[in-house]
Design a protein around this ligand. Structure first.
Ligand SMILES: Nc1ncnc2c1ncn2[C@@H]1O[C@H](COP(=O)(O)OP(=O)(O)OP(=O)(O)O)[C@@H](O)[C@H]1O
Ligand SMILES: [Mg+2]
Length: 410
């Protein structure tokens, strides 16, 4: 079992003291909630946690969600301070324009915080992706001969729009940096702006890619930094090749795609590099690219249980921010424990389960909008009860399902 604690920005306490304090606190607990964010300020009897720890997240390699017994659990601690600055935009001069070619974050970043915990999928998708990254780094570190065992350090996440592909790449990089604290002091996350690179055809495009990768190669020299490169919507590479076949400015487009593939091939030889890619249209991805990906993970529409988890996290957030009154709502594992039987305690949770059922077929992006739409369109008061809010959500879901149906008919 692992726990991640996030240092308060200004804390001067050593990691050892933080670790000891949390250990003592956990020993006094019977059960520990997994993948739930515990805030330091909520530990009212513990001054150290209140003043020095922003949040604690416990997770297990074996189970997601639910609770585990504190007694007998073996803890591994990952204590980190978040980088507060947002992304820096890397620009490059091209002809007379200044082009934004990439966004650059230092990890672990405040911007990516809680992303991992708030992505819900079925099966072991998240754990498998994390294990993939850890194995990649292990094989590189132990200098396994890549002519005998081949691995490419390329992850491809594909699926319909709004299913969490980009978020997952960011969350995965952040989690990997936190988990591999012994190996890496920090991470560099570079999101390549494919649109700038591929949509406008400059005679300089190929050179731009080379220039960008020269900068990335500088970052890679620091072996203690995990350098993650995200190429979002990688199908734009395929479009570039197609436009070449169509005869529009062939030499430029093919040059830039080839330059990118060559640079990626070179950079992934470094042990501390990870390449993350996403696509909405698997059939349209450049074949040369598919071939390079070790893990091709499909991310689809959330199941009923995943939807319940998404809605549950939204309702908790609304309670935390004071928009909703604090009321009991059970997570899915507790509800299962009660055998889904209805009484005054479980009524609201069962209603949420029903809402999850009728929301099947909506994307994660749409689901996360439902509570907002419910409030905006179907509620008149500011602080409302859970049961009223669930009714408003119901109306918002029905409208959304109807709209999606209409769109599909067009
Ligand atoms: N399975 C999921 N669980 C929780 N939240 C999700 C899930 N899928 C998507 N989301 C939420 O939907 C929003 C959009 O996600 P994101 O931009 O990563 O999707 P995407 O697949 O990259 O979309 P696109 O293909 O349009 O680029 C984010 O706020 C994300 O948290
Ligand atoms: Mg995306």
């Amino acid at each position: 079992m692992s726990t991640s604690q996030q240092f308060d920005c200004f804390s001067t306490l050593s990691k050892e003291i933080i670790e000891e304090t949390i250990n003592a606190e956990f020993k006094s607990l019977n059960e520990i909630c997994l993948d739930t964010i515990l805030y330091g300020k909520d530990f009212v009897n513990n001054i150290v946690l209140q003043n020095h720890v922003q949040s604690i997240i416990c997770s297990s390699n074996y189970i997601e969600k639910g609770k585990i017994k504190a007694e007998g659990a073996i803890f591994r601690y990952y204590i980190y301070r978040l980088v507060q600055e947002g992304a820096a935009t890397e620009t490059m001069r091209c002809d007379s324009d200044e082009l934004p070619v990439a966004s650059h974050w230092l990890l672990p970043a405040q911007d990516f915080h809680y992303m991992w915990e708030n992505l819900y999928y079925d099966c072991d998708i998240k754990n498998n992706l994390l294990r993939f990254v850890e194995t990649t780094m292990l094989f590189s570190d132990l200098a396994v001969n890549s002519n005998i065992i081949s691995w490419n350090k390329v992850v491809l996440l594909h699926g319909p729009p709004g299913t969490g592909k980009t978020s997952m790449c960011k969350a995965l990089a952040q989690k990997a940096v936190i988990r591999m604290r012994d190996r890496f002091t920090h991470g560099e996350f570079i999101e390549i702006n494919s649109h700038s690179l591929f949509s406008k055809w400059f005679s300089e495009s190929g050179k731009l890619v080379m220039k960008l990768f020269d900068e990335i190669k500088n970052l890679v020299q620091n072996e203690r930094a995990l350098v993650c490169i995200l190429i979002d919507e990688v199908e734009s590479l395929a479009h570039a090749r197609k436009s070449c076949n169509n005869g529009t400015e062939p030499s430029d487009s093919i040059r830039v795609v080839n330059a990118l593939l060559t640079q990626l091939d070179q950079i992934k030889r470094f042990p501390n590099v990870l390449i993350l890619t996403t696509s909405n249209m698997t059939e349209a991805i450049d074949l040369a690219f598919i071939d390079r990906a070790d893990i091709k993970q499909y991310l689809g529409y959330p199941s009923e249980v995943a939807i319940y988890n998404i809605y549950y996290s939204c309702l908790k957030e609304l309670m935390k921010s004071g928009i909703l009154k604090h009321e009991e709502i059970f997570d899915i594992s507790q509800l299962k424990l009660f055998g889904y039987t209805e009484d005054s305690n479980t009524k609201n949770s069962l209603k949420l389960l029903e809402l999850s059922r009728i929301s099947e077929g909506l994307t994660g992006r749409t689901l996360r909008k439902i509570p907002f739409l419910a409030h905006a369109l179907h509620l008149s008061t500011n602080k409302t009860t859970l049961s009223k809010f669930l009714k408003a959500m119901h109306l918002a879901i029905l409208k959304q399902v109807q709209q999606e149906g209409e769109l599909q008919q067009i």
